[in-house]
Design a binder for this molecule. Structure first.
Ligand code: AHG
Ligand code: MN
Ligand code: MN
Length: 365
């Protein structure tokens, strides 16, 4: 292959750091440690059955279940271990939190503690792992509270309960046909493709922008009977296509790996919905605020898209718990804003669309 003059992730980070002459370099070193964890996970994923990593995680007591009540895959547990092991020694972190760990993870002695918090979903879409469909890792970097930085005390849940707008950086790795790292350090979004020969992430996608309009949506339609009226209205209007109020046909996609849907939307536009619904009153939404909705929301907004609960701007939501679930809508700005409008407007009576209840029908006088 010819030598191409491409930037590596390290070069990109060094150039970004020049905007902050006083920066210590801790942040860049942290991002490189996260990238190393992603490369290690990419290797494990790529070996699949040959590596003995598929299937459920088994302990002496049988299968394991995480704090979400979800069965853990071997690769969920392995990916979580890569994240903690490769990020605990650098001295950049005050603590970590993960989908796979009920409590915050303390940086073990004698490792030094630093000024950032790392929050992650080590393997998103892991139900797809056994069927060889793309999965990924999602991460968010926050600043630790000043007293934790000063004292080096243990971190606690409250330290992580920061609105998404305070994120210092966020990103994801996608383990697809190629492994990619997509990153925002608060100055747009850049995409890097893993060169498997060099083991380096190379800058391949500069300044990614989400188109403001789209004709593609993603939602798990099997939940439609549990949706709230504004979501039902939005999807019905998309399905009505050219002959409906939208006046154009829509396409639909559902991978069931949110990280893969986010990547598709970053590349070509679209809207993703996993809205709050009435399926299970104990779960206000499927996805988690701190390590799914906020980092993906940050990336979307940095790329000119939008992320919302449906009712409000996602990045303004004050978190109330480490593993809090939330309704999530993100992607092309004009579609997300339309969905927010539908939530704000008084409900449109669905009966009006039903011929049985329409004017002059049997059921009206
Ligand atoms: P995780 O594997 O980290 O638990 O997340 C899976 C999520 C998300 O990636 C995806 O969009 C959604 O779950 C799929 O949900 P359904 O099974 O309802 O389609
Ligand atoms: Mn996930
Ligand atoms: Mn996960």
């Amino acid at each position: 292959m010819p030598f191409t003059q491409r930037y590596t992730l390290t070069q990109y980070l060094i150039e970004e750091r020049r905007r902050y002459p006083d920066a210590s370099g801790d942040f860049n070193a942290l991002v490189l440690d996260v990238a190393l964890a992603c490369k290690a996970i990419a290797r494990a994923v790529a070996f699949g059955e040959l590596g003995g990593v598929l299937g459920n995680h088994e302990t002496e007591l049988g299968g394991s279940v995480n704090v979400q009540g979800e069965t853990q895959k071997k690769l969920d547990v392995l990916s979580n271990a890569y994240f903690t092991r490769l990020n605990e020694w650098g001295g950049h972190l005050a603590g970590m939190a993960s989908e796979e760990m009920e409590q915050p993870y303390q940086i073990p002695a004698p490792q030094p503690r630093g000024k950032y918090l790392l929050v992650f979903d080590p393997l998103d879409g892991s139900s797809n792992i056994d069927v060889n469909v793309s999965v990924g890792s999602i991460f968010s970097i926050l600043r630790a509270p000043q007293d934790a930085i000063d004292s080096g005390r243990d971190v606690q849940e409250a330290d992580f309960l920061q609105a998404g707008s305070t994120q210092v950086a966020a990103g994801y790795a996608l383990y697809g046909p190629t492994t990619m790292l997509v990153l925002s350090v608060g100055n747009g979004v850049a995409g890097f493709t893993l060169d498997p020969n060099l083991g380096e992430f190379m800058l391949t996608h500069r300044n990614i922008q989400v188109p403001h309009d789209t004709q593609e949506f993603a939602i798990n339609a099997s939940n439609s009977r549990f949706w709230e009226a504004p979501v039902k209205r939005y999807v019905d209007e998309c399905l009505a296509g050219k002959t409906g109020v939208r006046g154009k046909d829509f396409n639909m996609r559902w991978i069931a790996s949110m990280v893969a849907e986010a990547h598709r939307i970053l590349m070509r536009g679209g809207v993703f919905l996993y809205p709050r619904d009435s399926k299970d009153a104990s779960k206000p939404g499927r996805l988690r605020l701190l390590y799914e909705a906020n980092p993906i929301g940050f990336i979307m907004e940095q790329a000119g898209g939008r992320a919302s609960t449906g009712e409000r701007h996602m990045l303004q939501v004050p978190p109330s718990a480490l593993h809090q679930r939330i309704g999530l809508v993100f992607g092309s700005k004009n579609e997300v804003e339309r969905i927010e409008r539908y939530h704000a407007e008084p409900p449109v009576s669905v009966e009006l669309d039903n011929p049985l209840f329409a004017k002059r029908s049997l059921f009206r006088d």
